[in-house]
Design a protein around this ligand. Structure first.
Ligand SMILES: C[S@@+](CC[C@H](N)C(=O)[O-])C[C@H]1O[C@@H](n2cnc3c(N)ncnc32)[C@H](O)[C@@H]1O
Length: 269
């Protein structure tokens, strides 16, 4: 049973005004991706095939990839055999996706007002994206466009800090969104919409060099919003790791280990 909300009830402990201003500042920060779309595409990791198979199975499905960005997850979904509709609000991000992935159908749109008919897809995915959405509106829209039984798959990449140099990268950049508390909707809230909610982690690696480590950093919204000087100081700190960290010294490339977190919400209520 869905929990009924009265009109005046606060949303997630916020007043309607606070909710609206949180939404506005989130949207402002999210628009920073438009300035760093190329860096995003060059520097960010993809997602492991095992995570996609665990979320969606191996039969081809109609999948909506929400907040698709430059297509990191979209490409992995296509490679796993799915038919993919990619929704992304920023034209700069979408242009890269369209050029790289002609097999995906790309649409402008937001999670809060999906440009799709009711019950039109088997699955919805969001890679490193759900925290940018208005949770309440997005959850309702996702439930509307899913065709039962329906699966919502959330994914995010966190640094695997078991290597000392990766711990240093995380120290310099701060934890990625996935490693911050409250990143995803609470399991108990998701259980209002889905019968099963389960979490798993999958290891994977990304080949990086000095330039792509800089791109990875520059594509973070926290860095995109800094002044040029401030950003350059952070990037110089990353450059120095190639001379300071025993696992990087003398190398031009390295495998950056990630832990992909996945949350599978299945069977719409
Ligand atoms: C960190 S990127 C993730 C991109 C891609 N899914 C990936 O895994 O690399 C977050 C994306 O969410 C998009 N986004 C932000 N707010 C959104 C919203 N309200 N609805 C849909 N997408 C949104 C941003 O434009 C950005 O492309």
């Amino acid at each position: 049973m869905r929990r009924a909300r009265t009109r005046d009830e606060s949303l997630f402990g916020m007043s309607a005004h606070e909710h609206e201003s949180a939404r506005a500042s989130r949207a402002e920060r999210a628009s920073s991706f438009a300035r760093v779309a190329d860096e995003y595409d060059r520097g960010r990791p993809s997602y492991p095939r095992e995570a996609i198979e665990w979320l969606l199975g191996t039969e081809p499905l109609d999948v909506l990839d929400l907040g698709a960005g430059t297509g990191k997850l979209t490409g992995a979904l296509l490679a796993a055999g799915h038919r993919v509709l990619a929704v992304e609000p920023l034209a700069e991000m979408r242009a890269i996706l369209i050029a790289a992935l002609p097999d995906a159908q790309a649409l402008a749109g937001t999670a809060e007002a999906l440009p799709l008919a009711d019950a039109s897809v088997d699955a919805v995915t969001a890679g490193s994206a759900f925290h940018w959405f208005d949770e309440r509106l997005a959850r309702a829209e996702i439930a509307r466009v899913l065709r039962p039984p329906g699966v919502l798959g959330l994914l995010g990449n966190g640094f695997d800090t078991s290597s000392a140099w990766v711990a240093r990268v995380r120290e310099i950049l701060g934890p990625p969104a996935i490693q911050r508390p409250g990143h995803w909707p609470a399991v108990e809230d998701l259980r209002e919409d889905y019968v099963e909610v389960e979490d798993r982690e999958f290891p994977h690696e990304q080949l990086i060099d000095r330039a792509s480590l800089r791109d990875l950093a520059s594509s973070r919204s926290s860095l995109a919003l800094l002044s040029v000087d401030q950003r350059e100081r952070v990037l110089a700190g990353l450059d120095r790791l190639w001379e300071q960290e025993p696992e990087l010294i003398g190398r031009t490339q390295a495998l950056l280990p990630w832990r992909t977190r996945a949350r599978r919400c299945s069977r719409l209520r």
